[in-house]
Design a protein around this ligand. Structure first.
Ligand SMILES: NC(=O)c1ccc[n+]([C@@H]2O[C@H](COP(=O)([O-])OP(=O)(O)OC[C@H]3O[C@@H](n4cnc5c(N)ncnc54)[C@H](O)[C@@H]3O)[C@@H](O)[C@H]2O)c1
Length: 441
């Protein structure tokens, strides 16, 4: 039985959106929302803005837009804030990122974008070696960093007079850190902060500050941030919504559509080779092996979870899986991702699938970031603290309760998301059984 349906508070007043990082994704998100508000662009890729949801029986004809069904914050009520070690305002950040066409999508909203200036970042080069910039809190200790982030949150809340806040990590991928003793409980975590322990990355300080201030935290990158036992526990106790990790945009989006298809048809897999060329700042950061390792873990986990080789050793017991990201500046944000997939069918006969996805990284990521912001705010108003597994749809490495295997299949994730919205609003779950259409005949 699902737990008792929540009461969702209305989306009254202003919603402050704090992006950690004001790079390609964040500036594309902000510009896109500002253009949409003015009727100068369409929020393509955003379920929250464009998709409908079926309610009741197929014959009922009830298919409202999601945004008309659940009380989401209006785009007009969003106030933007950001942190970044580069001092560029959102106008300059959008120009630099090279994602959007200036005359068409930046100049018309230049005044608004210029007003969004990044606060000084809690930044330490030890975690992102390829970035060297001055708009930081400097070399202060971790306790002071935590304090400064909390002060920024509160100052932003007061100055912009926002009623609610959401924080979303759109900053660089930090170096690989495994959950260790410092992340197990609050006492150890606090001690590690005081000791300036290297296992406490800036992303964890932002996440901790957010939870302490009652601000939902979503993590668009693969670094741990809020995905540690201590912060999961704290978020649950304090009833603050958290979710992560790593926006599911290009190649992994494809993987979580194709791999469930192979699994559904009981087709075998012997190898999956994925490679990318990418030339934006994210690509440059990921060119460092320590930062790439964080991304690699996030990308590699998907296949094993979907294919369950322990259950199907004949089909998936011997899969060679490789993921590569190559920094290649000429392409900028316009990534190209190739997949070579070696599969086998009836009696073991081999076949191949080739995918060549010429995508645009931030164009795919921006709508996910928008939906996450709106749905995290909704979850918070519904009193749903802790991990928001129903938002797995948006992530490469969905955060789930300890002991659970994450659900990666995009369409199962979509069904989960929509059923959660139905549950929140007291509508029936859709099971796809559909006997009633035949029993009555
Ligand atoms: N675009 C996609 O399709 C996609 C998909 C999945 C994940 N991501 C992740 O999203 C993140 C953002 O991607 P992007 O393309 O915008 O990268 P970007 O390099 O353009 O922007 C990231 C920004 O974060 C800033 N930053 C780094 N450390 C910071 C800190 N401690 N505090 C505040 N700011 C900090 C950097 O200065 C930079 O401006 C990356 O981690 C990327 O791996 C992107």
């Amino acid at each position: 039985m699902p737990s008792q349906r929540p009461v969702v508070a209305p989306a009254e007043g202003k919603l402050g959106v704090l992006t950690v990082g004001l790079g390609a994704v964040a500036s594309t998100l902000i510009a896109g929302v500002e253009l949409t508000k003015r009727g100068l662009g369409k929020p393509i890729g955003s379920l929250a803005q464009m998709d409908t949801i079926r309610l009741g029986k197929r014959t009922d004809g009830r298919n409202p837009l999601i945004k008309d069904f659940v009380p989401l914050a209006r785009l007009e009520d969003i106030e933007w804030g950001a942190w970044d070690p580069f001092p560029d305002d959102a106008y300059v950040a959008a120009q630099r990122a090279g994602v959007l066409e200036g005359p068409k999508h930046i100049e018309g909203i230049a005044d608004t974008l210029r007003e969004i200036r990044p606060m000084k970042a809690a930044f330490d080069r030890q975690y992102v070696k390829k970035i060297d910039a001055e708009n930081t809190l400097g070399t202060i200790n971790k306790r002071q960093m935590l304090q400064a982030i909390r002060e920024d949150i509160n100052r932003f809340r007061d100055e912009k007079k926002v009623d609610r806040l959401v924080m979303i990590w759109c900053a660089s991928t930090e170096i690989f850190i495994e959950p260790g003793p410092a992340h197990m409980n609050l006492e150890a975590f606090e001690k590690a902060i005081d000791a300036n322990d290297p296992s406490i990355a800036p992303s964890m300080l932002y996440a901790y500050a957010a939870i302490l201030e009652g601000v939902p935290f979503a993590n668009g990158a693969p670094n741990l941030a809020v995905d540690t036992p201590v912060l999961r526990q704290l978020a649950t106790e304090k009833k603050v919504a958290i979710s992560g990790k790593d926006f599911k945009t290009g190649q992994t989006l494809m993987k979580t559509v194709l791999a469930p298809m192979l699994r559904a048809r009981m087709l075998g897999l012997s190898g999956w080779y994925s490679t990318n060329i990418l030339g934006n700042r994210d690509g440059e950061v990921l060119d460092d092996p320590d930062n790439f390792k964080t991304k690699e873990e996030s990308k590699l986990g998907v296949l094993e979870d979907i294919l369950q080789p322990d259950k199907f050793p004949d089909l998936y017991g011997n899969v060679f899986h490789k993921v590569r990201i190559n920094y290649y500046p000429p392409r900028g944000d316009n990534k190209e991702g190739w997949d070579n997939i070696d599969i086998f069918g009836w009696l073991g006969y081999p076949m191949q699938i080739k995918v060549d996805f010429l995508c645009r990284d931030s164009i795919l990521a921006a709508p996910l970031a928008l939906d996450l912001v709106l749905f995290m705010d909704l979850a918070q108003r519904a009193g749903l603290g802790g991990i928001q597994e129903w938002l797995s749809f948006y992530y490469k490495s969905p955060q789930v309760a300890p002991g659970l295997t994450p659900e990666h299949d995009l369409f199962v994730q979509l069904a989960k998301l929509k059923n959660t919205l139905r549950w929140m609003m007291g509508e029936e779950q859709i099971t796809h059984l559909g006997r009633e259409y035949y029993d009555e005949a």
